[in-house]
Design a binder for this molecule. Structure first.
Ligand SMILES: Cc1ncc(COP(=O)(O)O)c(C=O)c1O
Length: 390
C-alpha cells in the first residue's frame, strides 16, 4: 500500500494507538472483513445488541456468520451483560464474536465484554459507526476490542465513502486485507442505487413488522443486492487523504458543538416524565431520553396534532428480522420509550432553546391526556427514524 491510503491508515493507527489499519469502502465492508478475518467455520454466531441498525447484521450474513442477539440495558441502551452471559452460555462455544455498537454514541463497557467473550472463546469487534470520538474510563472507543470497525459514510464523518478495520494482531490484519482485496472494485456513481435500496429495505422491513414478522422471508431477496452494492475494494485513486484526515480532525469541534447542544437539553428539559440516558464520554450521536411508561410514537402523534413536529432518532428492536423471536423486554422498552433528540451541529445553539422548551411544554400537555389515549399500533412504523430539527 502506498500514497493516499497509506497516509489515512497511518493517521488512524496513530490516532487510535493501533498497530494495523485496513481501509475499506465503508463500515459494512469493514465489519464483514473483520468477521472473515476471525476465520471461524460458516455459521459461527456473531452476537449483536437487540436494538440497532440492521446493516451491521447484514455484514455478519455477508461474512457467512449467523447473527444472534442479546437484550440491551435501560441505562444507556447498550448490551445488558447479564443477557450477554446467558446467550454465550446457551450458544455453548458457537459465538465467535461479540459486536458492541456503542448506541447513541455512548461507548459500551468493552473491557467487561472482552473478559466475558474471551472466557467463551470469542473476540470483541467494536463497531464505531455511531461513536467515533467516544471514550470510557479514559480509553477511546476503537482502542479496546480485538478489532474495531469505522465508517466515514454520513454518520460521524460526513463523507460518501470510507471505512476501516483496526487491530493489533498482524494475522487478523492480513486476513482482513486479503478479504478486501478479493472484492470487486468500487464502481463510481452507484450512490443513488444504494440509497434507493436502503430506502426500499426500510420500507419493506416496516411492512414485514406490521404483519408481526410472518412475512420475514420477503427480506431474504435483499441480501444479494445489498452485498453487490455495499462490498467493494478501493484503490489509491479513490482516496483523498487530505479530505479524510481533515474530516476526522474536525471531530473534536463537532463533539464540542454537540456537547453545547446537549447542555441546552440538560438545562431546559425539566419535565420528570423524560429521563436522559447515561451519556458519559459519549460522542453524542443523539441525546437519548426515556419517556418512562409512555409510547414515544404516541407523544409524537399528539405533538403533531398540536401543530408541532418533533423528530425522533430511533433504532428498531431489530432481532426478529434475522432470527427466532425471543422476548427482549428492554429492547422493546427502548424501541417504545426512547426519543433520541437531535444534536445537529449545523444548526445554531439558539434554535435548541426553543426546540427544548417546546418539547418540555409538550410533555406537560401530554401528561394529562396520556392515560386516556389508546397507544398506537407501532408495528410497521419501526423503520429507522433519523430526524433533525427541521
Ligand atoms: C452501527 C452501524 N454500523 C455500521 C453501519 C454501516 O456503515 P456504512 O454505512 O459505512 O456501511 C451502520 C450504518 O448505518 C451503523 O449504523
Amino acid at each position: 500500500m502506498s500514497g493516499a491510503r497509506a497516509e489515512v491508515a497511518d493517521y488512524l493507527q496513530r490516532r487510535f494507538g493501533r498497530r494495523f489499519c485496513v481501509l475499506t469502502n465503508r463500515g459494512t465492508t469493514a465489519l464483514t472483513a473483520a468477521l472473515r478475518a476471525l476465520d471461524r467455520p460458516t455459521g459461527a454466531a456473531a452476537l449483536f445488541p437487540a436494538v440497532l441498525c440492521s446493516i451491521p447484521v447484514f455484514a455478519a450474513r455477508f461474512a457467512g456468520w449467523t447473527p444472534v442477539f442479546a437484550d440491551v440495558n435501560l441505562t444507556d441502551a447498550n448490551f445488558d451483560p447479564t443477557d450477554v452471559a446467558r446467550v454465550l452460555r446457551e450458544c455453548n462455544g458457537r459465538v465467535g464474536a461479540v459486536v458492541p455498537v456503542h448506541m447513541f454514541g455512548r461507548m459500551d463497557d468493552v473491557e467487561r465484554l472482552e473478559k466475558m467473550a474471551a472466557a467463551a472463546g470469542a473476540a470483541v469487534i467494536e463497531d464505531l459507526a455511531l461513536s467515533l470520538g467516544a471514550e470510557r474510563d479514559g480509553r477511546p472507543a476503537g482502542s479496546v476490542g480485538t478489532m474495531a470497525c469505522l465508517s466515514f459514510v454520513r454518520k460521524m464523518i460526513p463523507l460518501e465513502m470510507g471505512g476501516a478495520v483496526m487491530t493489533d494482531d498482524p494475522e487478523l490484519a492480513r486476513r482482513a486485507r486479503d478479504f478486501i482485496e478479493s472484492l470487486p472494485p468500487l464502481r463510481p456513481g452507484e450512490g443513488a442505487e444504494t440509497a434507493a435500496a436502503l430506502r426500499a429495505f426500510h420500507a419493506l422491513t416496516g411492512f414485514v413488522a406490521a404483519g408481526d414478522w410472518r412475512r420475514r422471508e420477503l427480506l431474504d431477496g435483499f441480501e444479494g443486492e445489498f452485498r453487490r452494492l455495499f462490498l467493494a475494494r478501493t484503490a489509491d485513486a479513490d482516496w483523498d487523504a487530505r479530505t479524510v484526515v481533515a474530516e476526522i480532525e474536525k471531530l473534536d469541534d463537532v463533539l464540542r458543538a454537540r456537547r453545547a447542544r446537549a447542555e441546552v437539553y440538560e438545562t431546559a428539559l425539566h419535565h420528570p416524565g423524560a429521563v436522559p440516558l447515561d451519556r458519559g464520554g459519549s460522542a453524542l450521536f443523539a441525546y437519548p431520553v426515556r419517556l418512562k411508561g409512555w409510547t414515544a410514537e404516541d407523544l409524537l402523534d399528539f405533538a403533531a396534532e398540536q401543530g408541532y413536529t418533533f423528530r425522533r432518532i430511533a433504532y428498531p428492536d431489530i432481532h426478529p428480522v434475522f432470527g427466532p423471536r425471543r422476548p427482549m423486554p428492554n429492547a422493546a422498552t427502548i424501541e417504545r420509550e426512547i426519543v433520541g433528540l437531535p444534536l445537529d451541529d449545523d444548526r445554531p445553539v439558539s434554535e435548541f432553546w426553543g426546540y427544548a422548551a417546546d418539547f418540555d411544554k409538550m410533555l406537560g400537555a401530554y401528561e394529562s391526556v396520556a392515560p386516556h389515549r389508546t397507544p398506537p399500533d407501532t408495528r410497521g412504523r419501526l423503520e429507522m427514524r433519523m430526524g433533525g430539527l427541521s
